[in-house]
Design a protein around this ligand. Structure first.
Ligand SMILES: [Zn+2]
Length: 289
């Protein structure tokens, strides 16, 4: 992560990180021949000691004042020319970097840092095991599509997530555990429904219907997304304030995270276009509000 460096506007005193810099060559009009000249041609006879050749140009986001910083200067130097045995005046140029980093560079920094943190978190919650749960059951290629088995494994996985948060509590019923996870209301309700469906299949010979299967898939997806959102949003705020990158718009950072997560999901779920489309919509809802 780079140290934040801002520019101060001399017109309104605002301090800001520029959105962009463009390079502008200084050109000179020659009224006599109706043409535009570069400095070397313009100052052919009467040579000033120092000439600005090119500028970095940006603008102040508060007052829209145009701000220019030197990019390249040309300085006159005396040179002894051995072939003509004369001393000549030549322009030697010197270039300067842009005065500070621009917005998109800080955004890239924070995006890379977040990706690293997100990957660490994925390892910590063993996200691959959550993905495998679905992929093993749904992927084409010889696996039996056993939706009840998937449901049982999914509820067991939620239970083991509860254990990771609250410790092992064998005598606690599943609805209590679901309640303790403090999930969003709709997700909580759906998980309780699925738990009842599981019990109905086991104890009352209930057969899974098409809309039950849809519900299982949706709740599975929403739970995985919930795990991500719950962890990632505070991370964004933390990194933003720790690094002094507060000037970055929260929505811009979230868009970066959104793109990254879409890539992660694409790698795993592209075989299932129906689920993958739902993932795209849900991620937009979670991270671009
Ligand atoms: Zn200004």
């Amino acid at each position: 992560m780079r140290t934040v460096k801002k520019i101060k506007c001399l017109s309104c005193n605002a301090e800001f990180v520029p959105r962009t810099f463009h390079e502008e060559e200084i050109l000179y009009p020659n009224p006599r021949r109706n043409e535009i000249l570069r400095y070397k041609d313009y100052f052919r006879d009467n040579k000033p000691f120092e000439v600005i050749v090119e500028s970095w140009v940006t603008y102040c986001p508060s007052c829209r004042n145009i701000i220019k910083c030197v990019k390249e200067i040309a300085k006159l130097e005396k040179k002894y020319m051995s072939n003509s045995n004369k001393v000549e005046l030549l322009y030697i140029t010197k270039e300067f970097d842009k005065p500070c980093s621009v917005y998109s560079e800080y955004l890239d920094d924070i995006s890379n840092e977040l990706q690293m943190q997100i990957n660490l978190y994925f390892k910590e919650i063993n996200l691959n095991s959550w993905f495998d749960l679905y992929i093993r059951n749904e992927a084409q290629g010889g696996f039996v599509k056993d939706h009840f088995k998937f449901l049982v494994r999914f509820i067991a996985k939620v239970e083991s997530y509860h254990e990771s948060q609250f410790g092992i509590e064998k005598n606690k019923d599943m609805p209590i555990k679901i309640n303790e996870l403090k999930l969003p209301e709709e997700l909580k309700e759906n998980l309780n429904n699925l738990n009842n469906i599981r019990n109905d299949v086991v104890h009352h010979e209930y057969e899974l219907k098409e809309n039950d299967i849809e519900k299982i898939h949706d709740s599975y997806l929403n739970f995985v997304l919930y795990l991500m959102e719950k962890h990632i949003t505070p991370q964004i705020n933390e990194i933003r304030s720790e690094t002094g990158y507060n000037f970055l718009e929260l929505n811009d950072i979230k868009k970066e995270v959104n793109i990254y997560l879409k890539k992660v999901f694409y790698d795993k779920f592209r075989f299932d276009s129906k689920l993958f489309n739902k993932i795209l919509i849900s991620l937009d809802e979670l991270f671009i509000k």
